[in-house]
Write a protein that binds this ligand. Structure first.
Ligand SMILES: Cc1cc2nc3c(=O)[nH]c(=O)nc-3n(C[C@H](O)[C@H](O)[C@H](O)COP(=O)(O)O)c2cc1C
Length: 198
């Protein structure tokens, strides 16, 4: 049995999340910080920025999301939207993942040959960091899902927590106790997906 594969199997999109989390908040915080630090970035640029929200702050980000969605959702569809957002608010916490655009620009200036690649690598770093945090939470018995209400909520988030303008919000990870397991996942035919040559 490969421990990494076992960890990856534990990571799923969990939508029924509750507040019955046993792990202390400072330990969750430390876990997230370590995982982010240990995740690779192009040229070790460490472009990821992360905000961890618990309690009132966690609820606030979903209040912002609901308020912003209300402005853009037809009235007859809003109750469904509202119920979905309530599901996220009823979870235990939210992690906001950002990418620092100043870091990206500085790299473009320093290494003009790769200028076009740095924004792409920044996105890739964000994706793999997010995945690492998601998997780490799963191994700690904490369920999570990932949402993308950026850029809708960018201004509210930056204003509320006084974040630098160069922090670009990339995703929101909702986490908590797993109240319902994910359904088994189907995989596409390996023959169409992989090739090996010798
Ligand atoms: C780049 C990326 C973006 C995603 N965006 C969303 C999202 O906005 N909302 C959502 O509910 N799930 C989102 N997901 C979760 C996927 O739908 C999910 O990972 C996929 O269906 C496989 O299920 P699993 O996570 O249980 O393995 C995203 C996943 C990835 C990798």
């Amino acid at each position: 049995m490969n421990e990494f594969i076992e960890a990856l199997k534990k990571r799923r999109s969990i939508y029924m999340l509750g507040r019955n989390v046993k792990m202390p908040q400072d330990e969750i915080e430390e876990l997230v910080k370590e995982v982010v630090e240990l995740s690779p970035t192009a040229f070790n640029s460490q472009s990821q920025r992360v905000v961890i929200l618990f309690d009132k702050a966690h609820e606030k980000v979903w209040d912002f999301t609901e308020a912003e969605l209300k402005k853009v959702t037809p009235a007859d569809r809003f109750p469904t939207t509202q119920a979905k957002i309530k599901g996220f608010r009823d979870a235990y916490g939210t992690i906001l993942f950002f990418e620092d655009q100043e870091t990206v620009k500085a790299l473009q200036k320093k290494f003009p040959t790769y200028a076009d690649n740095f924004p792409i690598w920044s996105e890739q770093a964000s994706g793999l960091t997010t995945s690492n945090v998601w998997t780490a939470l799963a191994t700690a018995g904490i369920g999570a899902n990932i949402q993308h209400y950026n850029p809708l909520i960018d201004e509210d988030v930056a204003a509320e927590w006084k974040l630098p303008a160069n922090w670009k919000l990339r995703s929101q990870m909702v986490f908590g106790s797993t109240e319902a397991e994910a359904q088994p996942k189907e995989f596409m035919d390996r023959g169409s997906r992989f090739k090996t040559f010798h």
